[in-house]
Design a binder for this molecule. Structure first.
Ligand code: SF4
Length: 343
């Protein structure tokens, strides 16, 4: 049995049963690939179903207001993906509702990088392409005994080229998904299960006992840490002031409590006042609340202080803290829950 045959017959028996593999609808597959860009399949599952219930077609997505899209995405993180999906849906509708026909055309849509374009071209269009995600990189590096760090562009290109040589023409969708599943369930980052691997006889790392050393990693720089001060401002009716984040940035288009990167309330206050359009004062003896969040490139701590605003702000929106009915990122939702309970 050849490599591809061994891999594909293993996949037909052991491949993961994921809903986006049960459909040929390019819209549904596209949504799943965008969700899978930064997130594991198990986490994506409920969001995928919820998203397709809310926006069952590309028309429905294009017609929806951005706030509605962000609300359905809420909790999945990396909100630029939702904004780009929404923009791209409008592009597709403007072009007559036709989905791209190859990897180059997929890349023209907002939010589609080389990996996602290759995955969509392979799965939706049947193009012979390799979608080199972290799983394929690891499996490829081990199969070919690649000793150099896989972060190097020439190493990635080499692995992609060698995998492409193994791809049976016309079966790119299954081939890529089989390699992804092999990486996710058998060729694990630590302690790969080589005894159950359908392609072990082709694997140089297995033959030479180097599974632990491949892929080689370069030392990561420690993730920087940022500290934010957040103002929890209530009006006489118990509503809190929320501000819309600028379109760009990790939370672009989402709504948060007023926040400023700062080490202390004193340092943050002028920035928060500029944001809210009034004078701010901390409420004495009211406890603050601190929560942490980790992003891809940094970690962050948010400390929220109950505060009074001396002016009627026209800059944001006053909402009920228990039910803001706005897209709110997770750390701010935690703050709303914690502080709305305190007296
Ligand atoms: Fe990975 Fe082991 Fe299979 Fe090689 S034999 S591809 S190291 S699981």
């Amino acid at each position: 049995m050849g490599f591809a045959e061994a891999l594909l017959s293993w996949f037909s028996e052991h491949g993961r049963d994921l809903p986006w593999r049960q459909t040929e609808d390019p819209y549904a597959i596209w949504v799943s690939e965008v969700m899978l860009q930064q997130t594991r399949a198990e986490v994506v599952l409920p969001y995928y179903e919820r998203f397709l219930r809310a926006f069952p077609t590309v028309q429905a997505l294009a017609q929806a207001p951005l706030d509605a899209v962000l609300r359905v995405w809420e909790g999945l993180g990396y909100y630029a993906r939702a904004r780009n999906l929404h923009r791209a849906a409008r592009v597709i509708i403007r072009r007559g509702g036709r989905f791209p026909s190859d990897a180059m055309a997929w890349r023209e849509l907002p939010g589609i990088g080389p990996y996602t374009a290759a995955a969509l071209a392979a799965i939706v269009n049947g193009e012979d392409a390799i979608a080199l995600d972290a799983n394929l990189l690891r499996v490829g590096a081990r199969l070919f005994g690649e000793r150099q760090a896989v972060s190097q562009p020439e190493v990635r290109k080499r692995i992609a080229r060698k995998l492409l040589e193994l791809l049976p023409p016309g079966k790119a969708g299954m081939f890529n998904q089989a390699l992804m599943d092999l990486g996710a369930t058998v060729c694990l980052p630590r302690n790969p299960r080589c005894d159950s691997c359908p392609v072990r006889e082709y694997c140089i790392a297995n033959a030479t006992g180097q599974q632990g050393a491949i892929p080689a990693h370069v030392a990561h720089k420690p993730r920087p840490h940022k500290q934010f001060v957040v103002a929890y401002i209530r009006d006489g009716q118990g509503r809190v002031l929320m501000i819309r984040q600028p379109a760009r940035g990790v939370w672009g288009g989402m709504w948060t409590l007023p926040q400023a990167e700062a080490q202390s309330w004193r340092e943050a206050r002028p920035k928060l006042e500029a944001m809210t359009g009034g004078q701010l004062k901390r409420i004495p003896r009211r406890p603050s609340y601190t929560t942490a969040h980790t992003f891809t490139h940094f970690s962050a701590t948010y400390t929220a202080f109950p505060a009074l605003l001396f002016a009627r702000s026209t800059r944001g929106r006053w909402v009920c803290p228990e039910q803001p009915n706005l897209p709110v990122p997770v750390p701010h939702r935690r703050i709303l829950q914690a502080l709305s309970r305190s007296p």
